[in-house]
Design a protein around this ligand. Sequence first.
Ligand code: NDP
Length: 472
Amino acid sequence: MDVRDKIFINGEWVASTGDGVLEVIDSTTEEVLGTIPNGSVDDVDRAVRAAAAAFPAWAATPMEERVALVAKIGEHLAMRTDKIGELISREVGMPKGLSVPIQAGLPVGAFTDLAEHVAAFPWEEVIGNSLVVREPIGVVGAITPWNYPLYQIALKVAPALVTGCTVVLKPSEVAPLNAFELAEVIAEAGLPAGVFNLVTGVGPVVGEAIAAHPLVDAVSFTGSTRAGKRVMQVGAETIKRVTLELGGKSANIILEDADIATAVSSGIFGCFMNSGQTCSALTRMIVPRSKLAEVEEIAVATAAAFPPGDPFTEGAMIGPLVSAVQRDRVRGYINKGIEEGAKLLIGGPDAPEGLEKGFFIQPTVFSDVTSDMTIAREEIFGPVLSIIPVDSEEEAIAIANDTPYGLAGSVWAGDPAHAEEVARKLRTGQVDINGGPFNVSAPFGGYKQSGNGRERGKFGLDEFLETKSLQR
Ligand code: NDP
């Protein structure tokens, strides 16, 4: 049992003034994996005041020193990669073979690779008689989700610290233990007291207290559109900057002349990765009607090659979902797909055979889905793919854009230049062309109700900066 009975404020592990503890559940065994403090509004106030007191000195610390300290956090995190990968496998359910490089490895890079982005950033520019300077915004509240828990944290904490901001972090109550590992590492790395603070608890209490606090200058939120709207409403009272990385319903457009076998099998992976609990999951596969039979055959064969199983088995690709709530939600969507007349190709609402314990779900593929069906409109956050047949490229683009979301997408075509033309017509923050690989330095964020602002690389620094013009 990982019992965490203190929160981290002003460089010290201190007791929370909140009531009781929150249990963290192992998604494979359904047993209690650990407990965390159920933090209070008062905890947030103490943490924010510590962060506000630490801000002037941290902002005045030379950039190179901040970059070096932040890189040191990454180096210390790297020493715990195996432990953190295993912990997140238990919290979230991602197989350990993937969790170590993705869930534990990506955060290391987020802390260690900032020097090059800082070097490329336009910190000062001359415009006519003005010198335009960029300054840290102040105290940053970071509110994060459970699906890539430590990476989401790292994408906020690392750039915020480098720019000279101080931070109060509230991680997801569902997968919070990794955040305690980070706080320990930050203490080891020797950051000044108050520069980083950790308060755990539930969103409506701790999260809203951060969004409401007058001494918090900016909130960086990743999570659902529902909670993001609430954070924006609460933050509006003090006109604080609120940046939001929210949900998605991303389309994978496969055109007539694409390499269908590669596009479909890669698309299945893009949907089922992390059991479909990925904000940018390619959940709508839009294909030419003339190719539907071929697409269905490849989709079924590929999905069948992703049997869910114990995340600690060698070679496992899909583990359980994160929680009972999430499993029941996903099952509800699968039933809805069947009720609304989509064609179930593989999978279904029942637990996979032999996996009644743990929050497992069968990877599921629907075909003959239409854009008005619930499974084509709402974010499911499970391994459920909707294949939508269309009669033209124009229809494919129109359906891809027919969603309140705008996070990600993918286009496959025989001619990459043609794929790029289509990609430019998609109203989303990123599009992969013919399987273009994940780029940790490329900006990431959403159009429409998938959010505002961008994380990663030099774009990620912007979220935490104010702009000042000096007229001379
Ligand atoms: P939630 O929105 O439920 O939670 C995210 C965080 O917000 C948690 O820390 C949560 O606290 C907190 N929270 C909840 N309610 C409030 C509130 N009223 N005020 C302040 N904070 C609140 O999302 P999930 O954790 O369920 O994550 C899944 C969602 O995140 C999906 O929709 C997914 O698409 C999105 N996501 C988006 C990404 C992106 O970059 N665009 C990346 C990853 C996920 P608590 O701990 O109590 O839940």
